[in-house]
Design a protein around this ligand. Structure first.
Ligand SMILES: [Zn+2]
Ligand SMILES: [Zn+2]
Length: 103
């Protein structure tokens, strides 16, 4: 490794010297191709991959939570509706069912 980084060329630009190595894919890149992300140097393609993974994990985490919450709210509303309707019906006087209350 006596030649060092200065003799390494960018993986995307064969004519340019590499400035840093991406820890993710272990390729060398020029300053234009590599960027700093959360305190570490990372190449553009690995950065977009990470963003994709982060986006997928976000939707993965949140989707079941909202689905379960909506299901629970729907069940509670249904239960409350049936509870009050059945309570209302059982409170009705017997005459209502006979039809005599309207006379
Ligand atoms: Zn990379
Ligand atoms: Zn480059």
């Amino acid at each position: 490794m006596s030649k060092g980084l200065s003799k390494t060329i960018c993986a995307l630009h064969p004519g340019r010297l590499a400035a840093a190595r991406c820890p993710q894919c272990a390729d060398f890149y020029c300053p234009e191709c590599i960027t700093e992300h959360e305190g570490k140097m990372i190449c553009a393609s690995c950065l977009s991959n990470e963003a994709d993974v982060a986006r997928k994990e976000r939707t993965k985490r949140h989707f079941p939570f909202w689905a379960v919450l909506q299901l629970a709210v729907a069940l509670i509303l249904c239960w409350l509706a049936f509870y009050y309707v059945s309570g209302f019906l059982s409170d009705l006087p017997d005459e209502f069912h006979d039809g005599t209350i309207w006379e």
